[in-house]
Write a protein that binds this ligand. Structure first.
Ligand code: NAP
Length: 321
């Protein structure tokens, strides 16, 4: 009988919570930690549920068909699975499935709206003014006159765009493939990106980290933003060139940045980003995985696969997302 391995670098208690929940939702399945398998039993494993797994442990399960990530971002898994597949013929290639949870999209949309309002309604400046006991009213454009551009129009981007539209913002987005979203100007391709930025007051990054997006938001590109524009980075730290961002904040080209994600997490104590008056640092909280809803998504994926061998939507390993 086929078995499932749970591979993670999570703390013991969290790992146990996942295992208990998944076992309850999938009573007919055997879900076991890697150390519990004998070599013979390891051959019976066809699905791995993973959270930041050690790639060498994944390699021990030679008959794996697919890997279900408990996170939406899979940039850390793509290289090891692609490398693993190099030795396998096409029909035996390991597939990667990332977490697609509507609750996560709703949570991200809520965060995008909250921090867009924070920037639009000048909250960082008013917090500074209060510390200075300064009574000063700042100009504030209407939502309709505030141009918000969302980079990435996928699971999280699309939900965020809808939340921004409901609040009357003027919304644009940028994606690889053309989108047709009512009320939203869609920019496509690298060529159109400078124009998208030139028409942006608040830029929101929801692009996955891939070889194409690493360092994408660099100085020449961000310099297209109008003077005083604002940035929110909710996807992955390395999409933004942080030294370039600091230069642009210091010059006033960008007036404030809300950063939830960083190259190194937790952010190093010595990082300049902590202290900068025009940066709001968040500890990777914009859309955490919700254990209850995510476990249900994973259980449904596995049930469907057992029923008719249909794989959930898989990651395009070549594109990296
Ligand atoms: P997704 O559904 O895969 O959507 C990605 C979007 O980015 C798509 O619209 C895609 O275009 C676009 N894109 C990718 N590469 C591109 C390129 N080179 N040029 C132009 N557009 C490109 O991903 P998602 O579920 O929305 O998640 C996005 C990211 O959010 C994740 O990868 C993860 O890193 C991050 N995340 C962060 C948190 C947090 O708490 N901070 C939580 C969850 C996820 P197409 O539509 O044309 O393919």
């Amino acid at each position: 009988m086929s078995k499932i391995v749970f591979i993670s670098t999570l703390e013991r208690t969290e790992q146990q919570q996942w295992m208990t929940l998944l076992t309850k939702l999938l009573p007919d399945e055997t879900i076991v930690l890697p150390e519990m398998f004998s070599v013979a039993e390891a051959d019976q494993v066809d699905i791995a549920i993973v959270a930041n797994p050690d790639p060498s442990i994944l390699q021990q399960f030679e008959n794996l068909v697919w890997v279900q990530s408990l996170w939406a971002g899979v940039e850390a898994l793509v290289p090891s699975i692609s490398q693993h597949n190099q030795q396998l013929e096409k029909s035996k290639q390991l597939q990667l499935v990332r977490l697609l949870d509507p609750q996560m999209a709703a949570t991200m949309a809520e965060a995008v709206l909250a921090w867009t309002l924070y920037l639009h309604r000048n909250m960082p400046q008013y917090a500074t003014q209060q510390r200075q006991k300064l009574w000063q009213q700042l100009p504030c454009a209407t939502a309709q006159d505030t141009r918000v551009t969302v980079l990435g129009a996928g699971e999280l981007g699309l939900a965020s765009i809808q939340a921004l539209l409901q609040q009357n913002y003027t919304v644009s987005c940028w994606s690889r493939s053309q989108k047709n979203i009512a009320g939203v100007h869609n920019y496509c391709s690298l060529q159109q990106l400078p124009e998208a930025l030139a028409n942006t007051d608040i830029l929101i990054n929801l692009l996955p980290l891939t070889t194409a997006t690493k360092g994408l938001l660099n100085k020449p590109l961000l310099a297209n933003l109008p003077s005083g524009a604002k940035l929110i980075n909710f996807s992955r730290g390395p999409v933004v060139d942080h030294p370039a961002l600091l230069e642009l904040l210091d010059s006033g080209q960008i007036s404030h940045a809300v950063l939830d994600v960083f190259e190194q997490e937790p952010l190093a104590e010595a990082s300049r980003l902590w202290q900068h008056p025009q940066i709001t640092v968040l500890p990777h909280i914009s859309a955490p995985t919700n254990m209850n809803t995510a476990a249900r998504v994973v259980a449904d994926n596995i049930t469907q696969y057992r029923r008719n061998q249909t794989l959930p939507t898989t990651v395009n390993l070549g594109q990296g997302y």
